[in-house]
Design a protein around this ligand. Structure first.
Ligand code: BG6
Length: 494
């Protein structure tokens, strides 16, 4: 069993790509909050590495300005910021020049025994960085490596990357990041399912009619057209975040809370995913691409007219799927997944739709009230809500039913802020707890399933269906789920 150390370990962070968007927008603010919470060891140092011509002072100024921008005003405190900046230094390095890595080797003498190499660089450089670190003897005993998504573009390329990285780091020291696994409510799923017999005992085909998972965003592709057009929503959101959530919802109870027990169970789900093939791809999936529209009263251009866009692209910005898991627990229970850019709202949620009572004794007009729904909201308004049927409170109505919600509000109702996913991930990385990170076999099983689906789209000649920015996606996504009284959950009925 993996040792999970709750203590705050002495360790140092070597951050490759320290001036990139991810570092400045997410990682440094997360480190700031860990600093505030007293969760960084007193000796922990952060060494930023990039090719930009900076020194310690100018880099610190850059981090300072990023913190002022990305940490909410009421949470920004000068002395915490200064304490974090004291830990930070900068090393200028050309990532493709092996000779430059001598400086990393030199640095190791001054660092603690546990060094974390965090690669916030384009994935094409993962192999090069590992090779050069090794060639310069800059990988110390017990060093860890953290890799951002995407790991590859398909199964073959992800294997290539994994092969190189695993030449120099043991699997237990490789931390593949999927930031959705660091979200507080995703973690709460484990507690909800495995600490509550009420839910745990009803989590199967006998009690659940179907499951929906929605990851909807209002933003478009945020100036990343060149990158996004190569990947599309399938590789950007489905292969990783959506599939990881599916695994968290569908996995069997792990025998213990160890990293490998959890990841073994997720892998079993991936292996049981029924392939979507050329034969059924048009019935089981919908691809969409947004056209011009309006979100919150603001006009948005269509995908093809976005900055840097090309008018002949058939890249999807929306995907909806009907997925089956061929195992005992989920036989006959469809999982409906959807994710898209420029949708009507930013919302990530999992909705468990329970079967109705077989023997029904109430007014037939109220039948829809007796379908229980468990809504797990990841963002915004993090919380869990259970819809239950109750009697309408009035003398005149006899036994009229109404649907009411039992509510657990993690945001507004409890004091304090909800930590960002990267705070949790950085903390667990420093503690050496891999359970929130993705194992190699999981990534590869997920790519294998997605590659089949992408190939089925190509073979079938499927073209993305247009949808207006600000809508809930193409009409076919509604038809995909329709029938047997099913429809996508609307926030309004939560
Ligand atoms: C990233 C994708 O992994 O997740 C982005 O590359 C997407 O396209 C983002 O916008 C969504 O993350 P979150 O946490 O804002 O839902």
């Amino acid at each position: 069993m993996m040792r999970i150390d709750d203590a705050i370990n002495p360790c140092d962070l070597v951050l490759f790509g320290c001036v990139g968007d991810l570092s400045l927008r997410k990682l440094f603010p997360a480190l700031y909050h860990l600093q505030v919470a007293g969760l960084l060891h007193e000796t922990t140092r952060i060494i930023g590495i990039a090719r930009k011509d900076l020194d310690d002072t100018s880099f610190a100024a850059m981090v300072d300005s990023a913190l002022r921008t990305h940490v909410a005003g009421e949470q920004f405190e000068r002395h915490h910021c200064e304490a974090l900046l004291k830990r930070i230094s900068y090393l200028r390095l050309e990532l493709t020049q092996v000779d430059d890595y001598r400086a990393v080797k030199k640095l190791l003498v001054t660092l603690s025994p546990t060094v974390i190499h965090y690669l916030a660089t384009p994935p094409e450089l993962y192999g090069t960085v590992c090779e050069h670190l090794h060639a310069s003897d800059a990988i110390s005993q017990g060093a860890r490596i953290a890799l951002e998504k995407p790991i590859g573009h398909d199964l073959e390329s992800s294997r290539r990357i994994n092969d190189i990285v695993s030449r120099y780091f043991d699997e237990q020291d490789i931390y593949r990041i999927d930031h959705y696994l660091g979200k507080e409510t995703v973690q709460n799923l484990i507690a909800l399912r495995f600490a509550n017999n009420l839910f745990g005992s009803q989590w199967d085909q006998h009690h659940i009619d179907h499951v929906q998972i929605t990851l909807a965003e209002e933003v478009g592709i945020e100036g990343r057209w060149g990158y996004y057009d190569q990947v599309g929503q399938m590789r950007d959101m489905v292969q990783n975040h959506l599939i990881q959530l599916l695994c968290m919802v569908a996995m069997d109870p792990p025998t213990q809370l160890s990293a490998d027990s959890i990841r073994d169970e997720k892998l079993n789900v991936l292996r049981a995913l029924r392939p979507i093939t050329e034969k059924n791809v048009l019935r089981r999936s919908v691809r969409g691409q947004y056209r011009a529209g309006q979100i919150d009263g603001t006009a948005c251009p269509g995908y093809l007219e976005e900055e840097g866009g090309r008018s002949d692209s058939d890249t999807e910005t929306f995907v909806a799927l009907r997925v089956n898991i061929d195992n005992w627990r989920w036989s006959g229970v469809p999982f409906y997944l959807r994710t898209g850019k420029r949708l009507a709202d930013k919302v990530s949620e999992i909705v468990i739709n329970y079967k109705s009572q077989r023997h029904y004794i109430f007014d037939p007009r109220h039948r829809s009230m007796v379908q229980n729904k468990l809504i797990i909201r990841l963002q915004p308004d993090e919380g869990i809500r259970l819809r239950v049927a109750t009697k309408e409170q009035s003398l005149g109505q006899g036994m009229a039913l109404q649907s009411r919600a039992l509510d657990l509000d993690f945001g507004g109702g409890q004091k304090g802020r909800i930590p960002d996913a990267y705070e949790r991930l950085l903390l667990e990385l420093m503690r050496g707890n891999s359970s929130l990170f993705v194992r190699r076999d999981e990534i590869e099983a997920s790519w294998e399933w997605c590659d089949n689906l992408i190939e089925a789209w190509h073979k079938s000649g499927d073209q993305p269906e247009p949808y207006a920015a600000g809508s809930w996606g193409p009409e076919s996504a509604d038809s995909l789920i329709a029938g047997r009284g099913r429809a996508w959950h609307q926030r309004i009925d939560s």
